[in-house]
Design a protein around this ligand. Structure first.
Ligand SMILES: [Zn+2]
Length: 349
């Protein structure tokens, strides 16, 4: 089957490790399903995999892709206990695979499971392929009128944004949030979801065009990443500071995050695309009672809620570009160079 995979990992250029070609189709274990993929979407996670950075040792070739949507083709062995969607059902794949038995899994905090794996992390093959295998419990049905392209945006970027905003930061209507990186997948998801919930969003970007883009998308204002921006944000929030910051960048933005958040506020960290070791500035954290909250992905229930938001027309995931899976290389180039405006989708006929 056609697949997009890491033929090697490491080195200076992640794109040099990228191949598009033929890989064996998955053979599902009992209780697992095979999904015929119709659309998939890129995440920074795919670039980390090409660099060789993963929760488990990568042994190439490794099929990439955390996010996929398509139709159920069948199951391994007998149909799963409790049944599963009929073959042919349109689904989006919940990409988190855990043990299903530990205290974290049983209390619906699967991200805290010791055996947490994302689709495309060994031993799991990813969704950038004609077919992907996944535990049957990870199939989330998608209504007929929700497009595969839109559905494929939800599992990583939108799920991460949803949990960061509403669960980890505890944001509610009328509150304020600062989102760094105005145009990436998670940032655009944060802007759209926060606006939908009646939260005032401020964005940052080093680029004029990208700041305008964030405002067009619904941000109240967008600022450069600079020391004066903290002062502007405090002024914009009646001298208080923002209730929460979503900082998935890290080194370039950390100081601004700690300066702009209000005393008692929350800085949520869903990633570190700009470097993982900023000066901690612990003085600002303890003296102003700031909470630092890490976050990864979200639950099945939260992904179902996102599908519902798209199904009712309340949410339309922002897709910046689409490419066929066979022509995946330019999609990866866009992501690597930060040229994206929202999600990048790969399609299969
Ligand atoms: Zn577990």
């Amino acid at each position: 089957m056609l697949a997009v995979y890491a033929a090697r990992v490491g080195g200076d250029d992640p794109l040099a490790n990228l191949e598009v070609g033929d890989r064996p189709a998955p053979e599902p274990e009992p209780g697992w399903a095979v999904v015929r993929v119709r659309a998939a979407s890129l995440n920074h996670h795919d670039l980390w995999t090409l660099r060789g950075v993963s929760s488990a040792t990568i042994t190439p070739p490794q099929i990439l892709g955390c996010d996929g949507a398509g139709t159920v083709e069948g199951y391994g062995g007998a149909p799963p206990t409790g049944g599963g969607p009929e073959p042919g059902t349109r689904v989006v794949v919940y990409p988190v695979v855990t043990c299903g038995r530990c205290a974290a899994c049983l209390s619906d905090e699967p991200m805290a499971c010791r055996s947490f794996r994302m689709l495309s992390e060994p031993p799991l093959a990813g969704a950038f392929a004609e077919r992907v295998a996944i535990p049957a419990a990870n199939l989330i049905p998608v209504p007929e009128h929700v497009g595969f392209n839109e559905a494929a945006c939800l599992p990583t970027a939108y799920l991460t944004a949803y949990r960061a905003l509403f669960i980890r930061a505890g944001l509610r209507p009328g509150m304020t949030v600062l989102v760094h990186g105005a145009t990436g997948g998670v940032a655009t998801a944060c802007i759209l979801l926060a606006r939908l919930a009646g939260i005032t969003v401020y964005a940052t970007s080093g680029d004029d065009d990208k700041r305008r883009f964030a405002v067009d998308l619904g941000a109240e204002a967008a600022f450069p990443v600079a020391r004066e921006t903290a002062r502007d944000l405090i002024a914009a929030t009646d001298g208080v500071g923002v209730d929460a910051v979503i900082d998935s960048v890290g080194e370039p933005t950390w100081e601004l995050s700690l300066r702009a958040v209000r005393p008692g506020g929350v800085v949520v960290v869903p990633g570190a695309t700009g470097g993982r070791n900023p000066p901690a500035q612990l003085n600002r954290i303890f003296f102003r009672s700031v909470t630092i909250a890490g976050t990864t992905m979200g639950t099945r229930g939260e992904l179902r809620r996102l599908v519902d938001l798209v199904a009712t027309g309340a949410l339309r995931p922002l897709i910046g570009s689409t490419h066929t899976m066979r022509d995946a290389r330019p999609a990866f180039t866009e992501m690597l160079h930060g040229e994206l405006r929202g999600k990048i989708v790969l399609t299969l006929e």
